[in-house]
Design a protein around this ligand. Structure first.
Ligand code: CTP
Length: 213
C-alpha cells in the first residue's frame, strides 16, 4: 500500500527569532514510517522539525508550520491508500508575524493567537479521502471517551490513544502504550518500544484495508 504519515511538532513563527511549538519528538511517527518500509509498503513522511534521522527509502516531505503541513497533506493524500496522523499539530498560531524582533517593554505582553486548520478533520470533509484513516489522540484524562469523540468527529477507521500525563512514556520516550479505539471495540497495546508499537499499528492499518476488501 501507499502509506502517508504525518509526524513531529509544528513550529509557528512569532518573530525572526521566536516560535511556538510543543514537546513532540517525532519518534512515534518516524517509527511508523520505518515499520511501513520494513513491512514492504511505500511511505510518504510529512514531518515538522525533529532531530531524528529520516528512515531510509521514505519519501520525505519536511514542513515547519501547520499550514504547510495542511497543504503538503492535501497534495500527497491523493495517491495514498492509508494515512496515519501522528503529528502534534499546533492548534493555534500567532495572529501576525513581527518582521523585527519583539523588544521587551511592559511587564506583561499578550500574544494574539488564531486557529490553525484541523488537518485530520479536513481529510474526509475537504479532501474527500476514502482510504483507511488513523488519528492519534493525546489525552491527559478520559482516554477512551475523548478518543472515541475524535474517531467519530473525524471519521477515522481507528484512533491510537495515548495518556500523555504518565512519566517515562509518550513524549520523547522510546516506549509507549496505546489504546486502539475502533467504532465497535477497543484494543489495549501494552507498554513496548515505539518500534514494536509501530509494527502493530501498521499491521492494524493493513487489516483495516483487508476488511474493506
Ligand atoms: N491534528 C491535525 N491537525 C490539527 C490538530 C490535530 O491533523 N490542527 C491531528 C493530530 O495529528 C492527531 C489528531 O488530530 O491525529 C488529534 O490531535 P489532538 O491534539 O489529540 O486533538 P485535537 O483534535 O487537536 O483536539 P484537542 O486538542 O481539543 O484535544
Amino acid at each position: 500500500m501507499n502509506l502517508l504519515v504525518t509526524a513531529g511538532p509544528t513550529r509557528e513563527p512569532l518573530d525572526p527569532v521566536r516560535y511556538l511549538t510543543n514537546r513532540s519528538s517525532g519518534k512515534m511517527g518516524y517509527a511508523l514510517a520505518s515499520a511501513g518500509i520494513q513491512l514492504g509498503h511505500r511511505v510518504t513522511l510529512i514531518s515538522g522539525p525533529t532531530s531524528l534521522n529520516v528512515p531510509v527509502n521514505v519519501d520525505y516531505v519536511p514542513v515547519e508550520t501547520a499550514q504547510q503541513m495542511f497543504e503538503a497533506t492535501r497534495t500527497h493524500l491523493a495517491r495514498a491508500d492509508a494515512a496515519i496522523f501522528s503529528a502534534a499539530v499546533a492548534d493555534y498560531r500567532p495572529a501576525s508575524f513581527a518582521e523585527n524582533k519583539i523588544k521587551k517593554a511592559e511587564a506583561r505582553l499578550t500574544i494574539d493567537l488564531v486557529r490553525n486548520p484541523d488537518i485530520l478533520g479536513s481529510v474526509r470533509r475537504e479532501f474527500s479521502f476514502e482510504g483507511v484513516l488513523v488519528g492519534f489522540a493525546a489525552e491527559t484524562e478520559n482516554l477512551e471517551e475523548n478518543a472515541r469523540g475524535k474517531l467519530e468527529d473525524k471519521s477515522c477507521d481507528f484512533v491510537v490513544a495515548n495518556l500523555v500525563s504518565q512519566c517515562g512514556i509518550g513524549f520523547d520516550s522510546d516506549h509507549n502504550e496505546a489504546l486502539l479505539v475502533y467504532p465497535d471495540r477497543s484494543e489495549i497495546l501494552p507498554m513496548q518500544t515505539k518500534g514494536d508499537l509501530a509494527h502493530l499499528i501498521v499491521q492494524a492499518v493493513q487489516e483495516a484495508i483487508n476488511r474493506r476488501g
